[in-house]
Design a protein around this ligand. Structure first.
Ligand code: NAP
Length: 308
């Protein structure tokens, strides 16, 4: 039986672990088979305080994990397959094999990339379709690429891909970007980047490899084909909360609802990071809420009624 179990190994989960470990709560962190969260699929992180020259996402996560380990966090690699939050101690099953009991739980399961939902997108994933420029950009030296989306992710991916690609066309469904001003300025100044405004990707073309996309202009209603060698989909993220459906309060998009800091609808269960953040979704805000969740756990356990 653990005082606190943390699910998730992004900035939220690892910061919660650092704080819980330093509060002598001997946290168990379940890190999933893909440890480190979304930052492991990003390139340079320029806005995480403390790194004036920037730091690569995977390096930042490695540092956070080492820091959590240093204070005695126990790590378990595996995916949580079921949770029972109906009474304390909470019971979790990992990879349908081990069972873990937890007096309190911090949910820091983050969010995953959203797909366009086209059948050819699924068929051609790994054959020209990707959601991770850091992972796959290298394979597109001298190629023509499409990035779908108008947020920070799309422009970050687009900028990064110009290191390899000949051209990058950012396809966006409106005529205004959602991305931050600095990312917009950088993309506008990049000679390799152009924009297809008011455009939806209707289909991804190609037999064995991507050869183009079919775009529909939503203002004129016309469809055109744009030849390309790769399509990077960067249209946002969905919270990873399927496990908790029916057990924790969530909004219609699946983000966990919290009140009084990081408390969820079940006493003793706390949420940190992108899993409950519909507003900010930054590495630093995730880390901040991980810290808050660990402090909330400590206070919860200290209150006489909640000691198991
Ligand atoms: P986002 O801000 O939600 O943007 C998603 C973009 O995809 C929007 O432009 C949206 O269009 C478009 N989109 C959504 N569904 C679509 C669909 N079905 N078809 C076509 N286009 C679609 O997501 P994000 O860019 O992943 O960013 C998420 C959060 O992480 C943000 O808070 C962002 O600031 C942060 N982030 C920060 C950095 C950084 O600071 N370096 C880097 C990456 C992400 P509309 O605009 O029309 O809604």
């Amino acid at each position: 039986m653990h005082h606190v179990v943390i699910i998730g190994s992004g900035p939220a989960g690892l910061t919660a672990a650092i704080y819980a470990a330093r509060a002598n709560l001997s946290p168990l962190l379940i890190e999933g088979w893909q440890s480190g969260g979304q930052l492991t699929t990003t390139t340079e992180v320029e806005n995480y305080p403390g790194f004036s020259k920037g730091i690569m996402g995977p390096e930042l996560m490695k540092e956070m994990r080492t820091q959590a380990e240093r204070f005695g966090t126990e790590f378990l690699t595996g995916d949580v397959t079921t949770v029972n939050l109906s009474r304390r101690p909470f019971r979790l099953t990992i990879d349908e094999e081990h069972t873990v009991e937890a007096s309190t739980l911090i949910v820091a399961t983050g969010a995953s990339a959203i797909h366009l939902g086209l059948s050819n997108e699924t068929r051609l994933t790994g054959h020209g379709v990707s959601t991770c420029a850091t992972c796959d950009g290298y394979f597109f030296r001298g190629k023509d690429l499409v990035v779908v989306g108008g947020g920070d992710s799309a422009l970050e991916e687009g900028n990064f891909l110009t290191k390899f690609a000949r051209t990058v066309t950012v396809v966006h469904r409106r005529d205004k970007l959602r991305a931050s001003k600095i990312m917009q300025d950088r993309a506008m100044k990049n000679e390799k980047i152009s924009f297809a405004w008011n455009s939806l990707v209707e289909d991804i073309l190609g037999q064995d490899l991507v050869t183009g996309v079919q775009l529909k202009n939503i203002v004129t209603g016309t469809s055109t084909e744009l030849p390309c060698d790769g399509v990077f989909v960067a249209i946002g993220y969905r919270p990873n909360t399927g496990l908790f459906k029916g057990q924790l309060g969530m909004d219609e998009q699946g983000f966990l609802l919290t009140s009084q800091g990081t408390a969820t609808s079940v006493p003793g269960v706390f949420a940190a990071g992108d899993v409950h953040d519909t507003e900010y979704r930054q590495a630093v805000t995730a880390a901040g809420s991980g810290c808050m969740a660990a402090i909330d756990v400590e206070r919860f356990l200290e209150s006489a009624n909640h000691h198991l």
